[in-house]
Design a protein around this ligand. Structure first.
Ligand SMILES: *Cc1c(COP(=O)(O)O)cnc(C)c1O
Length: 371
């Protein structure tokens, strides 16, 4: 890709984070790489996770699962979300484990050829999103799944409040989950409940696996020693002096109060750099420059303190502007900022100081900087 805006992924840091999380929990590690690896490229992120000891991959949909299979990755793969039972044949063919979400879902699955299909049972302990409600519904579902000769390999639930330090809700969900699993008296190979925040903050010895997404990128709601993985950069493609009293951008929402230096960068809301960034700052050569005027679809304007040459690198997310800070300033969460970044942005993977994968000649300057 040739546009001067790119996501940079520190693969070494990602791998270190996965190893650390796995060591810390001493459980099997399910690497959650849904939403195109949280916007960072599903296959590349999956490979890095597997190299550092991930025992299973998890995605949210059949399309995401097939994208992983099409990339030639054949490892254990679980779909956490709803799969329309009419597509279960595809899951068997591709050795994809699916989530059984209710008794009704299992009934519909019975009309399909499901012999050998691997299943994890989802238990709803408080999210009220998807999942079996209680033991009776589960027992009915399990009986039907056995008749279909499906293979029940796991059971899981999902916490609603693992991001708050008060564990009362999580305790309550955990107690329910444990009681249900014990009552079923089945030898589950996979028992899992903790997402990233629960993995670093909530300790329980009942499950045998954790399910982490965001923590692999170094981010949780708690203080940890995990490393930042993802950065976002663009480059100044145009710079000019604008006299006092002129407006910048659509709607003329910003008017220069004196002679100002205005730079243009090639990133906009179609890249996921949403209009809410207007008035926020980017990091340019040692100082913060404000986004002035409306963010356009493909471009945005910055007010510079000093003249900067065209080609100057601008940090949007990185060492000086953390993803958490950006999310907070936008009144949202890091997940949303990350997954909004679109496929139009190039992805540059840094491994042992080398830039690779979607590396293009345009990024030659990065090699020099890294020396
Ligand atoms: C997304 C998701 C996860 C991973 O969440 P993180 O907070 O990113 O670790 C785990 N489990 C389920 C069911 C999910 O949907």
């Amino acid at each position: 890709m040739y546009r001067n805006s790119w996501i940079e992924i520190d693969v070494d840091a990602l791998k270190e984070n996965v190893r650390k999380l796995k060591q810390k929990t001493k459980k099997k590690f399910i690497a959650v790489i849904k939403a195109n690896g949280y916007g960072n490229g599903d296959a590349a992120i999956a490979k890095a996770c597997l190299e550092s000891g991930a025992d299973m991959l998890a995605v949210s949909s059949l399309d995401e699962a097939l994208s992983i299979r099409n990339a030639g990755i054949g490892d254990e793969l679980l779909i956490l979300g709803y799969v329309d039972p009419i597509h279960l044949g595809l899951c068997v063919q591709n050795n994809i484990t699916v989530t059984a979400v209710s008794e009704h879902w299992v009934k519909m699955a019975m009309q399909q050829q499901c012999e050998g299909l691997k299943i994890h049972l989802k238990v709803d302990t408080g999210m009220n999103r998807i999942g079996f409600k209680g033991c009776d519904e589960l027992k009915n579902g399990i009986e039907m799944l056995r008749k279909m000769r499906a293979e029940i390999t796991g059971i899981f639930t999902h916490f609603a409040c693992s991001d708050v330090s008060d564990n009362r809700m999580t305790d309550c969900q955990m107690t329910q989950f444990q009681k249900i699993v014990e009552e079923l008296e089945m030898p589950f190979e996979w028992i899992h409940c903790s997402n990233s925040d629960a993995t670093v903050h909530y300790h329980e010895s009942f499950s045998n696996a954790v399910r982490c997404g965001l923590a692999m990128f170094g981010i949780t709601s708690y203080k940890t020693d995990l490393k930042n993985v993802m950065s976002l950069y663009t480059k100044i493609i145009h710079v000019k002096k604008v006299p006092a009293g002129q407006s910048v951008g659509y709607g003329a929402t910003y008017v220069t109060s004196k002679d100002e230096i205005i730079a243009t960068v090639p990133i906009g809301y179609a890249d996921g750099w949403v209009r809410a960034h207007q008035g926020r700052k980017a990091y340019v050569n040692g100082y913060e420059a404000e986004f002035v005027g409306r963010i356009c679809m493909d471009q945005a304007m910055l007010k510079l303190e000093h003249w900067e040459e065209e080609g100057t690198v601008v940090e949007l997310i990185g060492d000086h502007l953390s993803l958490c800070q950006v999310a907070e300033e936008l009144n949202t969460i890091p997940y949303e900022v990350m997954t909004l970044l679109s496929d139009r942005l190039a992805k540059v993977y840094k491994r042992s100081g080398n830039y690779c994968e979607s590396f293009t000649p345009r990024f030659d300057h990065l090699k020099e900087n890294d020396a």
